[in-house]
Design a binder for this molecule. Structure first.
Ligand code: COA
Length: 193
């Protein structure tokens, strides 16, 4: 049975998250180009074409299809005061049946780092996952040397489950990742100081 999710926008204290539409392509493109060097060490190797606006537009279109098919839920992270797009957060690889699980990924613009933006956006995404998308479990893999990302998950109540060797190819190298997860039973009020 396919789950239909009607909730699209969630408001936090300093940011809100909402899915992107095709009119957001120029801003997503700007965010990607501005943060190309910053993100290079944390993502798969990107071909130059990735930084063309048409490719970013096609990613927005693919994300809309994923949303409609209950395959994934991607959001832009927006500053509440300026409405500027300052990051992206996504639930992907949604599997229903006995698992009801999704994989979480995110980034925040380098100039906005250290202000609690990712922590807040991940909190909103968990609210979406458990309250509106009827998921039971959200998991995330974090490169062993990515201390900031691990902290974002721990502050949102994720548990460290173990280490997966050579889990993802990041910047051309198979990197070991620490695996984190949270289930709906653990979630309400899971935000930790
Ligand atoms: C990881 C990332 C999302 C963090 O975004 P952010 O908005 O700066 O995160 P927050 O401000 O909400 O929280 C960061 C926390 O990590 C801590 N931190 C920062 N650098 C750290 C480090 N090297 N080691 C350990 N903790 C660190 C901060 O102090 C903060 O914790 P605190 O609130 O207890 O002080 C951002 O740096 C990013 O986009 N990185 C590149 C992409 C990426 O790594 N994505 C995640 C892939 S799993």
């Amino acid at each position: 049975m396919q789950v239909k999710v009607d909730r699209r926008r969630l408001e936090g204290r300093t940011v809100y998250i909402r899915p992107l539409d095709t009119s957001d392509a120029p801003e997503l493109h700007r965010l990607r180009v501005t943060n190309r060097n910053f993100l290079a060490g944390f993502e798969p190797s990107r071909h130059d074409r990735f930084f063309h606006i048409e490719v970013q537009l096609s990613h927005i279109e693919a994300a809309s299809e994923d949303w409609a098919n209950d395959d994934g839920y991607a959001f832009g992270i927006f500053d509440r005061e300026t409405d500027e797009m300052i990051g992206r957060v996504a639930l992907s690889n949604v599997v229903r049946g006995a698992w009801q699980n999704a994989t979480l990924g995110y980034f925040v613009a380098e100039v906005e780092n250290g202000k609690g933006i990712a922590t807040e956006a991940v909190g909103l995404t968990l609210e979406f996952a458990f309250k509106y998308a009827s998921l039971h479990r959200v998991q995330a893999g974090v490169m062993v040397r990515n201390g900031a990302s691990a902290r974002v998950l721990l502050k949102n109540g994720f548990r460290h489950e173990g280490r997966s060797d050579r889990y993802l190819e990041i910047a051309g190298k198979w990197e070991d990742h620490d695996m984190y997860a949270i289930t709906s039973e653990e979630w309400p009020g899971a935000l930790r100081e």
